[in-house]
Design a binder for this molecule. Sequence first.
Ligand SMILES: [Zn+2]
Length: 416
Amino acid sequence: MKQPASNLQIDSARLWDTIHETAKFGATPKGGVRRLTLGPEDKLVRDWFRGACEAAGLEVRVDTLGSMFGLRRGRNMTKPPIGLGSHLDTQPTGGKFDGVLGTLAALEVVRTLNDAGIETEVPICIVNWTNEEGSRFAPAMMASAAYVGDFTTDDILARKDAEGVTVAEALDRIGYCGKTVVGTQKFSGFVELHIEQGPILEAEGKTIGVVDSGQGVLWYDGKITGFESHAGSTPMALRRDALATLAEIVLAVEAIARKHSPNAVGTIGEAVIANPSRNVIPGEIAFTVDCRSADAAIMDALDKELRAAATEIAGRRKVDVTLDLVWRKPPTHFDARLVDAVENAAKSLGYSSRRITSGAGHDACNLNTVMPAAMVFVPCKDGVSHNELEDATQADCAAGANVLMHTVLALAGVAS
Ligand SMILES: [Zn+2]
């Protein structure tokens, strides 16, 4: 039965059921999901997704990095489809919603349009991007990065996991090395629904985050070289202690990020003492730094201030500190027309909303460099993600899926 597209709502219970149905692929005892990319559980959820897409009448294609595309034809097939989707892989101790919500909501949008007998003017295409998480193979978001040309497909296919298995071998093992050349499935635009993975929407009691920007990233590999010597017989004034130096650098990173807060964050997440021993003053430490901001000028300032602090601390402590910038990703500014479309959809559906910056990286951030893209956020409990405790309400998931659907309808147009 046909109904006016403006009143259309997704089936909240059906969406909720599919989220829980697929959560059994890699379910953990604590209620989370362990579905490492291209592993056996990922194959199971991919098979399920392919079956569901085909049952919904979609033409499914898989590219040579395993990303899955389900095309729903539109009246005008000369235009590339509007893309919508996310990812189905998870962290080793991940949750049921990160990535899953955006992918299954895309499927729910198609099912709803099918049930309502609605044809869009422009086709739409739902997507499951391979390896968004980056926990088995680096880098994270590798398939969308290759899609936009940041890496060659061959480079990514040769990446190895901790066991030495390449992406190419892993794709082969689960039968998901497709034929579509990476980057050739074109889109007129892309919209990704995701849980916020932060506390802002929940704290403000807002249902929808209209994501207008994403943080840029600075990653450094750092090394401190001091001098190993006896913990008992080396006077304090004569030490060149690498760990005490690191302590100062950790606090400097914190102080610098706080100075630019709330528009910056800074973290030292890894530090390894070479040859650690209880009675030896640490002489060498390797560490990492992760700094992020959605403001390019602040990113420049973070870089400058971090380097200045490291130089000052190193000089005073008579040690060597090196900081190699290993990754610099500029901030994302999502397409203004698509961001407005998300905001209008939220407003016309009567949901409370606010503009928001994505703290985490997403496939949509990569895609935005070659096509108009935008994102929709919904709250998650206590802002927690990448954790088995990750949670979101059925009502918020449904609201996000409705905003996704009406954004896509506005962009693809309803054939009359
Ligand atoms: Zn995600």
